[in-house]
Write a protein that binds this ligand. Structure first.
Ligand code: SAM
Length: 240
């Protein structure tokens, strides 16, 4: 049946995503720097700046992976605040937890699905998800969950690949469909995962569609900031 087919496709996506991140976990940080020419550091720094997080705040990093954002937020909230590092994938989360400890921080860590967050309602001042939403099967449900755990007045930040400025599209396509898998093969011996990366970016909602998704999930004052000609966009919305 149609529903049967949908169920198979959904569970296939979830298991593909699991396979991809288990496979890339060990080379993830090196590849991030290489593939983005180090730009992901600037995109994340801007995210932290826009978040308006203060000392003592509670922050949830969803799909936090190797903990770049969690670490940056831990410095902002200080000892009176709290940052949770969470991810669905054990291999990514272990690397994240090790990095947190290596940098001298002690953060709570939880392995969980963004679509079913194990946190109470109205709990966090800020929820962030960086390069994670496009991997989620039910984006609307994940956004609704992230909104649920926000306190009234809290904000959700979504950093994600987006739709690039049209004149640059041919060069970007060549880069991501041809060069990226080649780099994945050379450096990480894993062309397939990097092919998945390029495909998942193309399938992800563009700037306006994601803004609408966030509004439909009940977030207010939603706006977005394009970075690097729309290669990446940062969306911000409030729970009011
Ligand atoms: N946030 C990190 C960063 O910006 O470097 C990691 C991003 S990595 C590209 C995507 C992460 O999303 C992976 O660690 C993956 O395990 C996680 N992920 C995928 N589906 C998820 C889900 N349903 N719930 C939570 N995390 C998920």
């Amino acid at each position: 049946t149609h529903f049967g087919f949908q169920k198979v496709a959904e569970s296939e996506k979830a298991s593909k995503v699991r396979g991809v991140f288990s496979s890339v976990a060990s080379s993830y940080d090196v590849m991030n720097d290489l593939m983005s020419f180090g730009l992901h550091r600037l995109w994340k720094a801007f995210t932290v700046q826009i978040a308006g997080v203060r000392a003592g705040d509670r922050v949830l990093d969803v799909a936090g992976g190797t903990a770049d954002l969690s670490l940056a937020f831990a410095k902002k909230v200080g000892p009176s605040g709290q940052v949770w590092l969470t991810d669905i994938n054990h291999a990514m989360l272990s690397r994240g937890r090790d990095r947190v400890v290596d940098k001298g921080f002690l953060l709570p860590v939880a392995q969980c699905d963004a679509e079913k967050l194990p946190f109470p309602d109205n709990h966090f001042d800020c929820v962030t998800v960086a390069f994670g939403l496009r991997n989620m099967t039910h984006k609307d449900q994940a956004i609704a969950e992230m909104r649920r755990v926000l306190k009234p007045g809290g904000r959700l930040l979504v950093l994600e690949f987006s739709k690039v400025w049209k004149p640059l599209a041919p060069a970007y396509d060549f880069y991501s469909f041809k060069l990226l898998p080649m780099m994945g093969e050379k450096v990480a011996r894993d062309a397939d995962s990097y092919r998945y990366l390029a495909e998942s970016i193309r399938m992800h909602p563009d700037q306006e569609s994601l803004k609408t998704l966030m509004e439909e999930a009940g977030l207010s004052r939603v706006e977005y900031f394009n970075m690097t000609a729309g290669v990446v966009a940062l969306h911000r919305g409030y729970k009011l």
